[in-house]
Design a protein around this ligand. Structure first.
Ligand SMILES: NC(=O)c1ccc[n+]([C@@H]2O[C@H](COP(=O)([O-])OP(=O)(O)OC[C@H]3O[C@@H](n4cnc5c(N)ncnc54)[C@H](OP(=O)(O)O)[C@@H]3O)[C@@H](O)[C@H]2O)c1
Length: 356
């Protein structure tokens, strides 16, 4: 994976008509964040939003009052009959369990829609790696090669494509932290980066779960040496990694502490110069001078990156909001490129220095 310049991603012709979009999984955490951004998007009309078939129709503002404001949007239960209602949609965002996304995406593509999938269903090219990682055979392996992996600062998207796989939250934090060092061959060839990342409980989704309930949530590592984001991070960095996620007792945000060994003789100045160059002009990545806190990024589409070097030891600490840069805002970043909208479209409530 190569870093791309922001200039490659920003296209400026403003569309004459608004793009029609729908959100599936809109009653969930990342779906609700998608609705919030798309609702504020000048070039988008949200024409439909769905929960699972299990839920009754509900007002968005009743389940997410802070995000929805006085919106009258109704979130409808999804059934395959609803597919016909999406025939005129230009884009559909999927904030669904992996199995549901894997099954629904091709039906939407057949209708002529572009699909932005927040699940892990289309992040791998290799069906065997997918099955081993996600624990089920992919129902549409033929689509894996067509999906574009949309880690927006690091890949250029082909706008004529139809299926865009939004990276996982931990892989976004870890890859943004380590990719410049890997790509520029700053790391010792044998170095296996060690990534330890803590996430707020919204990372587990909205469904009731004793492990993430208020009274029981603690600080606890999980998925040690077998978390499903490990192969995604390794694919991105083209090297093995040791990844340990930790569940933290707070709502949202990830801090990823990444440790690796530099080649002998690489200086701190060289490392800083590589990172500055990699993220120059990228409106949603900031190199910061102090280790970041969750509070610096929670509720924002930004990634903060802090770099420290001592001898051959490189420590890079990244911070993102798992529901935004790790999911919904990255999906809208991708849509903005695909539909040639200005890079900050939809992000007005967050914008401080997008340079537009
Ligand atoms: N949470 C994060 O930090 C995060 C970050 C990056 C990526 N992701 C990925 O994004 C996706 C959504 O995650 P989330 O945390 O937002 O989940 P969530 O809060 O549990 O929400 C899941 C949504 O999907 C709906 N749904 C469940 N099964 C369905 C089905 N078979 N057909 C149609 N709709 C169905 C649910 O509807 P009901 O309300 O009716 O159950 C709900 O709206 C997952 O694939 C996850 O891995 C999440």
């Amino acid at each position: 994976m190569k870093t791309v310049s922001a200039a490659n991603q920003i296209a400026h012709p403003i569309p004459a008509t608004k793009v029609k979009v729908a959100v599936l999984g809109a009653s969930g955490y990342s779906g609700s964040e998608l609705l919030r951004i798309l609702h504020n998007h000048a070039f988008v009309d949200v024409v439909a939003a769905y929960s699972s078939e299990r839920s009754a129709a509900q007002r968005w503002r009743e389940i997410a009052p802070a995000a929805a404001g006085d919106s009258e949007l109704i979130i409808q239960p999804w059934t395959d009959h609803a597919l016909a209602d999406l025939a005129n949609c230009d884009a559909v965002f999927l904030a669904l369990p992996h199995e549901a996304s894997a099954a629904i995406a091709p039906k939407l593509i057949a209708l002529g829609s572009k699909v932005f999938d927040l699940s892990g269903a289309y992040r791998f090219r290799d069906a065997e790696q997918f099955a081993t990682t996600y624990g089920f055979e992919h129902p549409h392996p033929e689509l894996l090669n067509h999906a574009q992996y949309a880690l927006m600062e690091l890949v250029g998207l082909e706008p004529s494509g139809t299926l865009f796989a939004i990276p996982g939250c931990y892989p976004t934090a870890a890859t943004l932290a380590l990719q410049p060092a890997c790509e520029s061959a700053l790391l010792e060839p044998a170095s296996v980066p060690v990534i330890t990342a803590i996430s707020g409980v919204s990372g587990a989704g909205r469904g009731a779960n004793p492990r993430t309930s208020f009274c029981e949530v603690s600080v606890q590592p999980y998925g040690v040496l077998n978390h499903r984001h490990t192969p995604e991070i390794s694919n991105n960095l083209a090297r093995s990694v040791v990844f340990t996620p930790i569940l933290g007792p707070y709502p949202r945000g990830i801090i990823a502490t990444c440790v690796a060994q530099l080649n002998a003789g690489v200086t701190a100045e060289e490392v800083h110069a590589v990172y500055q160059r990699s993220y120059q002009g990228q409106p949603f990545v900031r190199i910061v001078a102090e280790p970041p806190a969750v509070a610096h990024v929670a509720g924002t589409p930004y990634c903060h990156i802090y770099i420290a070097v001592e001898g051959q030891n490189l420590v890079v600490i990244s911070a993102i909001d798992n529901l935004l840069k790790g999911a919904a805002s990255q999906a809208v970043q991708a849509a903005n490129v695909v539909f040639a909208f200005p890079v900050h479209s939809g992000f007005a409530p967050f914008i401080q220095e997008c340079g537009e």
